[in-house]
Design a protein around this ligand. Structure first.
Ligand code: NAD
Length: 483
């Protein structure tokens, strides 16, 4: 497969190159080889993208929702037709196994394009009768939006931000993570092939400073970031200077509670999906697994047995179920946390090591006897490191589960119906799960409470974050004035 893109950026409906920007090598995580090089956007490139977006947005907003939606839905169909190639590219970009990328990335992006394409025609304001007078509201686009992505789901993030932005009549400029610059270019290509007018979906490459230059530009109306909490703080503050709309999809350290009456195999499936999918590089992962003391040893024994079945290897092999980390840097961060876990007295019950050879491979890792104060139980690791903590009492475990700065996700495994809903209601988290973990259908709102974020992606809720209401008061009679 050709992994070197035609050019680094996609602006005004075409590939654009400017080799005077800082070169960014794209590394295939399975081998450590450089598979492409792109160049960070120079100020001239950033200006070109913003100018194109501003120029195109008005005519796009003036089209009917049906027309806009048709283009998005056509793009969804093309994405599905090309799922194989897009999945291979996603695997090159991220190292995630094809077994995952073929069902979770372009497919999820296509879902977003289809869903928001379907919703575009039914976006309306409302009529409010006030005696003879009345008010009507118009749902208007925000203008030009900026999307900034993390590296774990490059295709999905490019679509989760692009689809609602475009459905609402905005233009968007997307800056992928510098670690995974390839996939968003394909999203841009497909949208234009589907009939999207030039200038509405632009991709510019670069590091944080390119993102920062977009966020601070007065011609930008909205910023949607997927990234870490420290980056979120900076981007939120910069956006506040210009009183811009924001969506912040940030990090997490989510709890998963396994009660003594849970179906233990299902709970282990949840713990595996919520810790080791994408080699643990998922923001919503349930990395603090609270297991009731009565079932803890059975849980750990079965978990270890099932982890032996992980197929670690070439991510392009459809049998492989656990791939490399996205980068050496990310692997070193995770390995550093494993050392901290050991040093602070957690019991290593599975994995714990890097795997020799090419690429950035490490073992899925489980610690038991983790206590709430340990670093591995407090900080986001963003790697395949599960912490198992004990509990006995529901009230106590709820307090402990919520005792974190984060609030992205949370899960509960139990057969007790009322307990399941009681626990879900008490979780301080935006996305909760009962007897499952990490499902993220486009129909459901996704996002965080507390430091994990602001706003919601997906579902009808995202429309609120990509449009604004104007109210128009209409007087039907004469207007009285005091003089
Ligand atoms: P990161 O915060 O390092 O970078 C995210 C993006 O922000 C990158 O594109 C980066 O170039 C850009 N950036 C950095 N500094 C910037 C600045 N000052 N101004 C503008 N842009 C700037 O995150 P990452 O390492 O790419 O991704 C991992 C993090 O993302 C984890 O914390 C993870 O939890 C989070 N994440 C959250 C979600 C979610 O939906 N909540 C999804 C995936 C990842």
């Amino acid at each position: 497969m050709q992994t070197q893109p035609k050019a680094s950026h996609f602006i005004d409906g075409a590939y654009v190159e400017d080799t005077s920007g800082t070169p960014i090598d794209v590394i295939y995580p399975a081998t450590g080889e450089t598979i492409a090089t792109v160049y960070a956007a120079t100020p001239a490139i950033v200006d070109q993208a913003i100018t194109a977006a501003r120029k195109a947005q008005g005519a796009w907003a003036a089209m009917t929702g049906t027309e806009r939606g048709r283009i998005l839905r056509r793009a969804a169909d093309i994405m599905r037709e090309r799922n194989h190639d897009l999945s291979v590219l996603e695997t090159y970009d991220t190292g995630k196994p094809y077994q995952e990328t073929s069902v979770a990335d372009a497919t999820s992006g296509a879902d977003a394009l289809e869903y928001f394409g379907g919703i575009a025609a039914s976006l309306t304001g409302e009529h409010i009768q006030l005696g003879e007078d009345w008010v009507y509201t118009r749902r208007e686009p925000l203008g030009v939006c900026v999307g900034i992505g993390a590296w774990n789901y490059p295709t999905q993030i490019a679509c989760w931000k692009g689809a609602p932005a475009l459905a609402c009549g905005n233009a968007i400029i997307f800056k992928p993570s510098e670690t995974t610059p390839l996939c968003a270019l394909k999203v841009a290509e497909i949208l234009h092939e589907a009939g999207l007018p030039a200038g509405l979906y632009n991709v510019v490459q670069g590091m944080g400073e390119v993102g920062a230059s977009l966020v601070t530009d007065p011609r930008i109306d909205k910023v949607s970031l997927t990234g870490s909490v420290p980056t979120g703080r900076k981007v939120y503050a910069a956006a506040a200077e210009g009183i811009k709309h924001v969506t912040m999809e940030l990090g997490g350290k989510s709890p998963m509670i396994v009660f003594e009456d849970a179906d233990i195999e299902n709970a282990i499936s949840g713990a595996i999906l919520g810790n080791f999918y994408s080699s643990g590089q998922v923001c919503s992962n349930g990395t603090r697994v609270f297991v009731h003391r009565d079932i803890k040893e059975v849980f750990l024994k079965r978990l270890a047995e099932r982890l032996e079945n992980a197929v670690i290897g070439d991510p392009m092999d459809p049998e492989t179920s656990f791939g490399p980390m996205v980068s050496k840097r990310q692997m070193d961060i995770a390995l550093g946390y494993i050392e901290k876990g050991k040093a602070e007295g957690a019991r290593l019950v599975f994995g714990g090591n890097a795997i020799d050879g090419a690429g950035f491979y490490m073992q899925p890792t489980v610690f038991a006897d983790v206590t709430d104060d340990m670093t591995i139980a407090r900080e986001e690791i963003f790697g395949p490191v599960m912490s198992v903590l004990d509990f006995e009492d529901e009230d106590d475990v709820m307090t402990r589960a919520n005792d974190t700065e984060f609030g992205l996700s949370a899960g509960v495994f139990t057969r007790d119906l009322t307990r399941a809903h009681r626990v879900a209601a008490k979780f301080e988290a935006g996305t909760c799960y009962i007897n499952t973990y990490n499902d993220a259908p486009v129909e459901a709102p996704f996002g965080g409470m507390k430091n994990s974020g602001v706003g919601r992606e997906n579902s009808k809720a995202a429309i609120e974050h990509y449009s604004q209401l104007k109210s128009v008061y209409v007087r039907m009679g004469d207007l009285e004035a005091p003089f």
